[in-house]
Design a protein around this ligand. Structure first.
Ligand code: ZN
Length: 264
């Protein structure tokens, strides 16, 4: 790969406790490689504050999201919207989320997930900020929430692992699709190989979702994924779509800037 080509990891959970001991090392390591920017995902109020504070220590390279993950939607209460808006005032917070629905695990009640998701859409519309979205086993209700709350800003369905029908629905809504190391897994990602080429290049984003979803090919002790391995996702996308890595790389980087409303 051309060393000048830059990568943008649109979703990394750098607040995760597995990064506590060597976070600075991890960040310096990717800055020295070709990963130019990372968006750190915030999963609840405290986590969003932590994500922001990490971003503030490397403001040239890091941005963050702010919101309450569907897993923690039971925590969404009367003061949550105000707290989210307050954190989002900081200029390194570039998206609202992650939010959405997860009926796979149902760590929070469906009712609370739906309420939290719709409120997040309202916040994003009010602040004119993009939405970082999560959907698992809840496509119908997810679309329903979108129909009701009507997002008016850029939306990405991050870590997309669904079907072609689901993907088509999101693309018809003008959403971006975020691909992770899921596609590098010959078992779990096989069904996606048939339709990844159908994503218009201008809607394609990539992410590691670190420390989760370590690309299968990477053989390391422990299973902690990190932003450095984003190139594995890029390589796999290039292989499936049969598009040259350098072109993909620069187009996806441009998409990422556009999605988060960033100037370079
Ligand atoms: Zn997620």
């Amino acid at each position: 790969m051309n060393m000048q080509s830059k990568l943008f990891d649109i979703g990394a959970n750098l607040t995760h406790e597995s990064f506590n001991i060597d976070l600075n090392e991890i960040i310096n390591e990717f800055i020295e490689s070709n990963i130019n920017k990372i968006c750190i995902t915030g999963c609840d109020i405290n986590d969003s504050k932590k994500a922001l504070s990490i971003a503030q220590s490397f403001p040239e390279n890091l941005i963050s999201t702010c919101g309450i993950h569907p897993h923690y939607a039971d925590k969404f209460n009367d003061s949550s919207a105000e707290e989210i808006k307050k954190i989002a005032e900081n200029n390194l917070v570039k998206a609202i989320g992650e939010t959405g629905l997860d009926f796979n695990r149902n760590y929070s009640s469906k009712k609370n997930q739906i309420n939290s998701f719709q409120k997040h859409i309202g916040i994003a519309n009010e602040l004119k900020m993009p939405l970082f979205l999560h959907q698992r086993d809840s496509h119908k209700d997810f679309l329903n929430c979108i129909e009701i709350a009507k997002p008016e800003t850029n939306c990405v369905v991050h870590c997309f692992t669904g079907s072609k029908i689901e993907m088509t629905d999101y693309l018809n809504l003008g959403f971006y699709i975020g691909l992770t190391g899921w596609i590098c897994d010959p078992k779990r990602g096989a069904h996606m190989e048939e339709f990844i080429s159908d994503i218009p290049l201008e809607k394609l984003l990539i992410e590691t979702d670190s420390p989760y979803l370590l690309p299968k090919k990477v053989k390391i002790k422990g299973r902690r994924n990190k932003p450095l391995f984003l190139s594995e996702v890029l390589n796999k996308v290039s292989e499936i779509r049969q598009e040259p890595i350098d072109i993909l790389c620069s187009e996806i980087f441009k998409n990422s800037l556009k999605f988060f409303n960033l100037q370079e």
